[in-house]
Design a protein around this ligand. Sequence first.
Ligand code: F6P
Length: 374
Amino acid sequence: MARVIGILTAGGDSPGLNAAIRGVGKAGMNAYGMHIIGFRDGFRGLMENRTIRLDSGALSGILTVGGTILGTSRDKPHKMPIGGREMDMTEAMVDNYEKHHLDALVCLGGGGTQKNAYQLAKQGLNIVTLPKTIDNDVAMTDVTFGFDTALTIATEAIDRLHSTAHSHHRIIVVEVMGHNTGWLALGAGIAGGADVILVPEIPYDVEKVADAILRRSRAGKRFSIVAVSEGAMSREVAKALRTAAEACANAKDKAQKKKARDKLHAIESERLGSTSQLTQQLEALTGLESRVTILGHVQRGGIPSPADRLLASRLGTACADLVHRGVFGVMVAVRGEGTEPVPLEEVVGKRKTVPLDHPWIETARNLGVSLGDQ
Ligand code: F6P
C-alpha cells in the first residue's frame, strides 16, 4: 500500500523551505507513489488538524518562492499556548498522526524543531527531520539550508553600506542575525570586507574595537564597517552571563532559582538590544560619527539562492528515500556532496557554534580584521 507522509515547517521561516517541501513531495510521489499531507503553521497545525493536500499541483511553481507555503510557528508540542495557558498537546498530535494513517512525519526546522520532533519520535511516531535555519547552528550537519541566502543578503547589505560609510567618513555598525552563533556575521563580514567582526563566540573589548578603528583612521582610511552578530557581547556581559548561569545552576530552592533566572533573562534581553549602545560607545571613544543598521528579518525574506534551492532539493529527495526505506528517528544531515541520516538523540540539545580554531576566524585575522579581542 502507498505510504502516507505528513510534512510541517516549524520555527523561524527560512529561504529554501518550499524547495525542500517540493523535494520531499516530488520524490515521494514520483519515485515511491507516496501521498503527501501538509500541516499548516508547524506543530500547531498538527495539533489542530489543519491540513493541505500536497499533490503535484500544490507543489508546482514553489521552488523559487520564499517563506513556506505551509506557514510556520514557534509553538512547542509540550508547551502550547492555549487560552492564556501553556499546555502539553503531544497526545492530540499523536491522535492526528494516527487519524491520517501517517507512515511518517517530516519536520523541517532548526534546533528547536529537532528537539520537538524528537519528543514526538519518543511517543512512537516515525519522524524524519531536515536542518533549516539562516543561523547555520544545527549540530551534526555541515550546513543548514537558508544560510546561503541570508549570507548573500547580509553581504550585499555590507557592500551597499560601504559607499555611504565612505562618502560620509563614518563608522557604520551593521547588526546581522544568527541568534547565539556568529556564522552569519563572520561569513558576511569576511565576504563583504568588514573591518571589524564581532561574534558571540569571542566576547569583545569595546576599547580594542575603537583602537582598531582609530588605527584605520591614522592609516588614512576614513570610514569603518563593523559587522556585529545580534548575539555578540562584551567581555563584561559575558562575565555577568556566566555568573548568572552559575547562580541558576547552584540555586538551593525555587525562590533562589526564580531570582537567578530573572537576572539571567534581564542580562540576555539587554544584550539583544545592545548594538545601538555599542555604536554610541564607538562614537564617544573615537570621536567619529557613527550610524547603526539593523538588517533584521530582511535576511530571511525573498527568493532562495541557487545554492539553497539545490541543497534543499537534495535534502528533500534524500528524505523521501529514507522514508521509503523505513529509516526513522533521524535528521537528514549534509555531508559534503552527500547526505547522511543522523539519529535525533545525537542532534538535540546541541548548538553548532563557530569553533575558535575555525578557518574562517583565521582568515579574518589574516586579513587584518579586528575581532574585538586583540
Ligand atoms: O533562527 C532564525 C532567526 O532569524 C534568528 O537569526 C533570530 O534571532 C530569530 O530567528 C528571530 O526570530 P523571530 O522571527 O521569531 O523574531
